[in-house]
Ligand binder design. Structure first.
Ligand SMILES: *Cc1c(COP(=O)(O)O)cnc(C)c1O
Length: 472
């Protein structure tokens, strides 16, 4: 049984609406009842992994629970039904939210001002580097073109450097997972535009010499950029601006519990100190005579726009709801709990998997499948696939690049001890299977409709048809 609405266009003659040569009389569409279609799509949706259904310990990505109150607030018609072209006088509430949100992020991270235009972390990196470039040009130092990056950096960092026409210079990490200071001193000079750093870095470790690092770069005349995509260890604990970072981006779709979805929409707001404030994208929201305004006028050195209107506004509303519902105390607890959860798991699992940097971690930690590989030829990829059979989303693997057979685990603060224990149990069972039944790991997953995919082919040549067409 299907109940379709009545036809609201003339049925005949079709020629009046559609050119005759485009009209098909035969259309081999599948014939199903409404109930069959509902069951098909509901069943398909149940095969998905999501934070709402499963533990999702994807290192670096902060797959935390996204509270439903965020969605409720984003649905308020005053937010969801405004048009960016509306007159300022009609969107005072939205502008006030942007204005207040900027103040909140400044308080949390220590910056002077923020832009909300960047639509993702990588976009925030690009925006930051464009500002750094504009700053050096403004000072008559346009010849600076090198950006120093540690070898533990996220892959987007060197990519963003190339996008602005700069050159990435990679500096090694030392045995404790910190930047090698001697290598940094050698790399820094009068051609240095800046340094890009994540701290805690992608190993989940806090660089113990951050003040010395900032000093070396600033003395060389460069600026420090903080990749704060994942700030889940630092909320209310330490502020990147206080550590010496001149500019930083933060992913609302990681730390601030807005959804990650199919590549977007996300938001990667960028904060700047006084030095870089003149270069922020426009328009900016200001308050004058008790009214909120968007303005370009006062910022002649701005790099201009990096997104239409104000960026992905509805994402910002969700993050605003998150900050308001937790408050400053709650945000601090987020980080404390996230760090506690990561250390709890790391200390259980390091008896079964090699831990290359054995010191207290921050929001995440990186194990290696080196022992399993040496003993029974089991790789990080195999372990990741086997975890699916135990009902867990695999962690990030083979990243950061400096750890052989890396397994990068980030539990986040929203998981219960019972869930963390269940995940550790699965990891311990897999470590045991390596010795008793390695084939079951090598051929995993066994619980999914399809097993090992050619992932590159699946992405490049997706087969989305419901039947095989003779037309190819
Ligand atoms: C996720 C992440 C990025 C990139 O963020 P996107 O929103 O995916 O562009 C950059 N750096 C680090 C450290 C990250 O974890």
């Amino acid at each position: 049984m299907v109940s379709l609405p009545g036809c609201d266009v003339p049925e005949e003659p079709l020629q009046d609406l559609i050119p005759a040569d485009l009209i098909r009389r035969e259309l081999p569409l599948p014939e199903f009842t409404e109930l069959d279609a509902v069951r098909h799509f509901t069943r398909l949706s149940q095969k998905n992994f999501s934070v709402d259904t499963h533990f999702y310990p994807l290192g670096s990505c902060t797959m935390k629970y996204n509270p439903k109150v965020n969605e409720e607030v984003a649905k308020f018609p005053g937010f969801s039904e405004v048009h960016p072209g509306q007159d300022e006088s009609e969107i005072q509430g939205m502008l006030e939210l942007l204005y207040d949100m900027e103040k909140y992020l400044c308080a949390i991270f220590g910056y002077e001002a923020f832009t909300f235009q960047p639509a993702a972390g990588a976009h925030g990196e690009l925006t930051s580097l464009l500002m750094i470039k504009a700053y050096h040009r403004d000072k008559g130092q346009g010849k600076r073109y090198k950006v120093i990056i540690p070898d533990s950096s996220h892959g987007t960092n060197p990519a963003s450097v190339s996008m602005v026409g700069y050159k990435a210079v990679v500096v090694k990490s030392n045995g404790r997972g910190n930047i090698d200071i001697d290598a940094l001193k050698k790399a820094a000079g009068d051609d240095t535009a800046g340094l890009m750093l994540t701290n805690p870095n992608t190993l989940g470790l806090f660089d113990e010499h951050i003040e010395e690092i900032a000093d070396i770069i600033h003395k060389a005349g460069g600026l420090l950029y903080y990749d704060g995509a994942n700030a889940n260890a630092t909320l209310g604990v330490c502020r990147p601006a206080d550590l010496g970072f001149d500019v930083a981006h933060f992913n609302l779709h990681k730390t601030f519990s807005t959804p990650h979805g199919g590549g977007g929409p996300g938001a990667g707001p960028v904060g700047v100190n006084k030095t870089l404030e003149p270069f922020l994208p426009v328009p900016r929201v200001i308050k004058a005579n008790d009214k909120f305004q968007m303005t370009n006028d006062k910022f002649p050195k701005s790099i201009g726009r990096v997104h239409s209107f104000h960026g992905n506004i509805n994402v910002i509303v969700r993050a605003y709801a998150y900050i308001r519902s937790l408050g400053s105390q709650g945000l601090q607890e987020v980080s404390k709990k996230a760090v506690e959860n990561a250390n709890y798991m790391m200390n259980i699992l390091k008896k079964y998997y090699y831990l290359p940097y054995d010191r207290p971690c921050q929001h995440e930690f990186v194990l290696s499948a080196k022992w399993q590989k040496e003993k029974c030829g089991i790789k990080a990829l195999d372990i990741a696939k086997r975890l699916i059979d135990y009902g867990f989303h695999p962690p990030t693997i083979y990243f950061p690049l400096i750890v052989e057979e890396a397994l990068m685990i980030e539990p986040t603060e929203t998981e219960s001890k019972a869930t963390l224990d269940a995940f550790c149990d699965a990891m311990i069972k897999i470590a045991g299977e390596c010795e008793t039944n390695p084939d079951i790991i090598r051929s995993a997953p066994h619980s999914t409709p399809v097993g090992r995919l050619d992932e590159a082919k699946a992405a490049r040549e997706p087969d989305l048809r419901w039947f095989k067409s003779s037309q190819g």
